[in-house]
Ligand binder design. Structure first.
Ligand code: NAD
Length: 485
């Protein structure tokens, strides 16, 4: 057990980076803040550009051997990683709750559970060469070649899950990895490094710390000439920079970016049933889900009651720290100070552009708390509707014509997820077909499975994660013509 069960301050633990199989200090350090108190809870190492170079070199050296390691051995390594994470699930959940601010139950039952299941899923996937055709002269085979060094760059919202669903397919395919967590949530990743050091050969996975938002560590890693693929999850603005940097050495990129998901409620839906469910996937984790519901289209006839239910639910649950006994029934904080400031701007905009019927002001307690804020009677041209708000401020949009609602839902540069809510699920499926996003759910939102591909359309991303299609992002085709004489 790394951290005592009641530990909320991790200052006594020495966190280190994993570079070339060694636990090494950073070139600098940074304080990690608990967003539920605003207090420092740990000191983390922070890499500089030189350490990025050392980590990439180590990954490049390890690649020579790892790519030739049999697939079965690489799959065994994945199973051992899943076992190790599972064995330490309580510690991981605690660290994640403390640094991300998400309720402990969500960290354990959702993030840890998903992370472990995804790693186990990838361990069972096959990369045996396929025979594409055979004739009297040749058998044509497609081989799945690893790319080399993969840069895995993740945000702060579901960071262990995001890190492991990148690391697992990358190393199964024979690549090596340099992982960079977000500056505000490094602890789970550094802890993961301690476990991976016992399982993987030196250099196969390297894990860096990143001292401050806006530091050069992410760009230096992403733009490093020896990196062959950047697997990036984050904002569309940063994704654009990664894509542009990739052009100089023609790197592969997989970009999972922002979203502005719509939920369209159809006129036949039972408002008493669907409004609370939509509420959950709107305000869960303080609205900081990439595929959380951001715009809610409600038919005229249902609008008043829907707004009433949303406002009642918004004030019915307390705000609470991630480790509070009943934290899963409470709303947690925003994850970091910059995010807090951004959401304060949205609160001001909400009062200017619409009618705020719940929340609307910052909570005065320490930490970064904003209560769920429900805005009604707001136009589609408000920045609250046009931008990805990524915080607990949400707009209820009224519609009278379904075709118009579909057009408005599609009127965004994003295309990550959408959902349709109805009693007649056949009619809902027809609406789902017209929505422009990588995933459309009917009568739910956010659900994911390791074998089901996930990705964004339009400016929500490039490429796919999860499943065999996600695994194939980490290989390139090599075709061999074998004479059959
Ligand atoms: P962000 O883009 O600011 O940062 C994400 C990560 O990229 C961090 O590790 C950051 O240090 C790094 N980074 C930033 N600029 C970079 C650059 N130029 N080159 C290389 N790395 C760079 O995003 P954030 O604020 O941490 O996270 C919130 C965003 O992430 C939201 O837009 C959200 O929708 C998105 N997100 C998307 C998904 C998805 O699967 N589509 C999942 C979670 C979050």
């Amino acid at each position: 057990m790394l951290f005592p069960a009641n530990e909320t301050n991790l200052q006594h633990h020495t966190f280190a980076q994993l570079i070339d199989g060694e636990l090494v200090p950073g070139a600098g350090t940074s304080e990690v803040i608990d967003p539920g108190t605003g207090e420092a809870i740990a000191i983390a190492p922070a890499a500089d550009d030189d350490q990025v170079g050392v980590a990439v070199d180590a990954a490049q050296t390890a690649f020579r051997t790892w790519r030739r390691t049999p697939l079965a051995e690489r799959a065994t390594a994945l199973r051992r990683i899943a076992d190790a994470v599972e064995e330490h699930a309580d510690e991981f959940a605690r660290v994640l709750a403390l640094e991300t601010g998400k309720p402990l139950a969500m960290a354990r039952d959702m993030e840890l559970d998903w992370a472990i299941r995804w790693v186990r899923h990838f361990a069972e996937l096959d990369l045996t060469p396929e025979v594409l055709r055979t004739d009297e002269d040749y058998r044509v085979e497609r081989h799945h070649e690893p790319l080399g060094v993969v840069a895995a760059i993740v945000p702060w919202n579901f960071p262990l899950f995001q890190s492991l669903y990148k690391i697992a397919p990358a190393i199964l395919a024979g690549n090596t990895v340099v992982l960079k967590p977000a500056p505000t949530t490094p602890l789970h990743a550094l802890f993961l490094g301690e476990l991976l050091r016992e399982i993987l050969p030196a250099g196969v996975v390297n894990i860096l710390g990143d001292g401050a938002p806006g530091s050069s560590v992410g760009p230096t890693l992403a733009n490093h000439p020896a990196v062959r693929l950047v697997s990036f999850t984050g904002s569309t603005a940063a994704g654009r920079k990664v894509l542009s940097g990739a052009s100089s050495t023609i790197k592969r990129v997989v970009l999972e970016l922002g979203g502005n998901d719509a939920a369209i409620v159809l006129p036949d839906a039972d408002v008493e049933t669907v409004a609370p469910q939509i509420f959950t996937w709107t305000f869960n984790y303080a609205g900081q889900l990439c595929v959380g519901i951001k715009r809610i289209f409600v038919p005229d006839a249902m609008y008043e009651r829907f707004a009433e239910i949303f406002a009642e639910l918004a004030v019915s649950r307390p705000l609470g720290h991630a480790l509070d006994a009943d934290a899963d029934a409470a709303f947690g904080p925003l994850q970091n100070a910059a995010q807090f400031e951004r959401v304060k701007g949205y609160l001001a905009q909400a009062h200017a552009d619409g009618k705020v019927i719940a929340g609307g002001t910052v909570d005065p307690r320490p930490g970064y708390f904003v209560p769920p804020t429900v805005v009604r009677d707001i136009g589609d041209d408000s920045v609250l509707v046009r931008e990805e708000t990524f915080g607990p401020v949400r707009s209820l949009l009224r519609y009278s014509d379904l075709d118009d609602a579909v057009a408005r839902a599609n009127d965004t540069t994003y295309g990550l997820g959408n959902s349709v809510w109805a009693t007649d699920t056949i009619a809902a499926a027809r609406v789902a077909e017209r929505l422009e996003s990588g995933t459309v759910w009917i009568n739910t939102h956010v659900g994911a499975y390791p074998e089901v591909p996930f990705g964004g359309l339009k400016q929500s991303g490039v490429g796919t994660e999860f499943g065999i299609q996600g695994l194939h992002e980490f290989v390139e085709n090599k075709v061999i013509y074998v004479p059959v004489a």
